[in-house]
Design a protein around this ligand. Structure first.
Ligand code: NAD
Length: 500
């Protein structure tokens, strides 16, 4: 009942120590639906005191939670997984309303999150230690994994369900307690996650939620009782979070922005590569860290590729993601849209050719922050539209003579999240795999997101830290190792084992 009230209240509450608590905030922000501008709720910009209360609840809960047998923690994750599946459609609606992506995209996002919960439910196996008996006479050596303590998760607006689920099932499964600070632009999905975790039976204080912005983040990074920080967001903030938290002795993983290049060679399957590039660049309105935002195409096939890409872009139906048949939603806020429009202008001034102009899409919609698929041709690698992340359905096309030049262009980028190659040549694919400077590669796959049991592996300025999200990296990140060297004096006096 408490949970229902929390969702209906105009002003969202924090979830601290198992209860919904009004924030001390003096400032609140509206949360508009970016497709309709209807205000869905007000989010409080919580204070340092609010954070202290949540961290203190997490500290108190840690002693008990870390003692809960790992199989019991796994059972709660199984239950949480069932609730996510039960509420998939309603959660997807909430997600679409606050973020703008289409219902289909929202459901796909939730499934990717569920995949992490399923992976984390294997914790009894994942958290196992190691033992080497008899490293010396009568001496055994054991590696035991312990939880780290209180983990803070700070998440972006573009995947309000999946990104928190990259963190909390694995952190909780490993025996840590958690404080989530979701994006203030998409706080509703996180509120639903808190409700579902509670319904699943996670004890009070194990999961806490504090709404807000910079002030909350700063306090979490400074707090002496926060032991690890998982951050996902833009590059400048990721870098600051990494530096600040690491300087205070916390372990940090900070996943950052991107500028993903797709290379199209002349031997590529043209129709399929067009389809893949279009959905990678324009899906989720380009607001994905895995979106292809630059296509590097061999000159010999560039005109044909572009003609077909233009047609594919024309067919994308833009609008309110809750409506049937809509394939691309709005941008998150009007200020973000303004910034992107300026960048498009800047690109044109620098010499790019506006092959497809999506700016008139706004006029076709009653309200909201829309930008249709936009394609800039004859872009050069030094232009701002290539150097900077736009986070919008804007695709820059760079023409090159061959794979060698294409790889040079890709490797100039300061980002290294994903890179994709379209080709039918095994030799080119192998060379791409060896030479490209990015952590997640697609070969004829437009959005090469690794499954939950592999690490999400950005390179360069797309990632700060050592251990990535998901996969074994996450188990390493959310646990600390204890090495036990033991000798039992009695056993040294025993006779050799039978059979030896
Ligand atoms: P953002 O950096 O604006 O916000 C991320 C989080 O940081 C939010 O919770 C926000 O409240 C907080 N924050 C914002 N400014 C801050 C500041 N100055 N100090 C402290 N905290 C601050 O990012 P966003 O716009 O919400 O999300 C989009 C960005 O996230 C894109 O750059 C995208 O590439 C990146 N992203 C990366 C990945 C990845 O896996 N590498 C995944 C998803 C999104």
């Amino acid at each position: 009942m408490v949970l229902e009230t929390a969702m209906k209240a105009t002003r969202l509450s924090n979830f601290v120590g198992g209860v919904w608590r009004a924030s001390e905030a003096r400032e609140v922000l509206p949360v508009p639906n970016p497709a309709t501008e209807e205000v869905l709720a007000e989010v409080p910009l919580s204070t340092g005191n609010d954070v202290d209360a949540a961290v203190s609840a997490a500290v108190q809960a840690f002693a008990g939670w870390s003692e809960v047998p790992v199989v019991e923690r796994a059972r709660l994750l199984f239950r949480f997984r069932e609730l996510l599946v039960r509420d998939l459609h309603s959660l997807a609606r909430t997600l679409t309303q606050e973020n703008g992506k289409t219902l289909k995209e929202a459901e796909a996002e939730i499934w990717r999150g569920i995949e992490v919960v399923e992976f984390a439910a294997g914790m009894p196996h994942l958290i196992k230690g190691e033992i080497t008996p008899q490293v010396s006479r009568g001496i055994d050596m054991e590696l035991v994994r312990m939880p780290v303590g209180v983990v803070a998760g700070i998440t972006p607006f573009n995947f309000p369900v999946m990104v928190p689920l990259w963190m909390l099932p694995l952190a909780l499964g490993a025996g840590n307690t958690f404080v989530l600070k979701p994006s203030e632009r998409t706080p509703l999905s996180a509120t639903r996650l808190a409700e579902l975790l509670t319904e699943a039976g996670f004890p009070e204080g194990v999961f806490n939620l504090v709404h807000g912005g910079k002030e909350v983040v700063s306090r979490l990074l400074e707090h002496p009782d926060v032991h690890a920080v998982s951050f996902v967001g833009s590059q400048p903030v990721a870098e600051t979070v990494y530096r600040t938290a690491a300087a205070r002795g916390k372990r940090v993983q900070a996943l950052a922005g991107a500028k993903n290049h797709h290379i199209v060679l002349q031997d590529a399957h043209l129709a399929k590569s067009v389809q893949n590039v279009a959905s990678s660049a324009f899906g989720c309105a380009g607001q994905r860290c895995m979106a292809g935002s630059v296509v590097v195409v061999e000159e010999a096939v560039a005109d044909r590729f572009l003609a077909s890409l233009g047609k594919a872009a024309d067919e994308i139906c833009v609008g309110n993601g809750l409506e049937e048949g809509i394939e691309q939603g709005p941008l998150i806020r009007s200020e973000h849209r303004e910034k992107v429009l300026n960048k498009i202008e800047e690109g044109v001034k620098e010499g790019a050719v506006l092959f497809r102009d999506g700016r008139d899409e706004q006029a076709k919609q009653e309200k909201g922050y829309f930008l249709g698929p936009t394609i800039l041709d004859r872009v050069r690698p030094e232009m701002a539209v290539v150097r900077e992340e736009l986070f919008a359905p804007v695709l820059s096309v760079i023409r090159v003579k061959d794979l060698t030049e294409a790889l040079e262009v890709v490797n100039r980028s300061r980002f290294g999240n994903a890179a994709v190659l379209y080709t039918e040549s095994g030799e080119s694919a192998r060379r791409f795999r060896e030479e490209v400077q990015a952590g997640m590669l697609g070969i004829n796959v437009g959005v090469p997101v690794p499954s939950a049991f592999f690490p999400f592996s950005g390179w360069k300025q797309s990632f700060y830290g050592d251990l990535h999200a998901n996969g074994r990296d996450a188990i390493e990140f959310y646990t600390k190792k204890k090495m036990v060297t033991s000798r039992w004096f009695g056993s040294e006096e025993e006779s050799p084992k039978a059979g030896r």
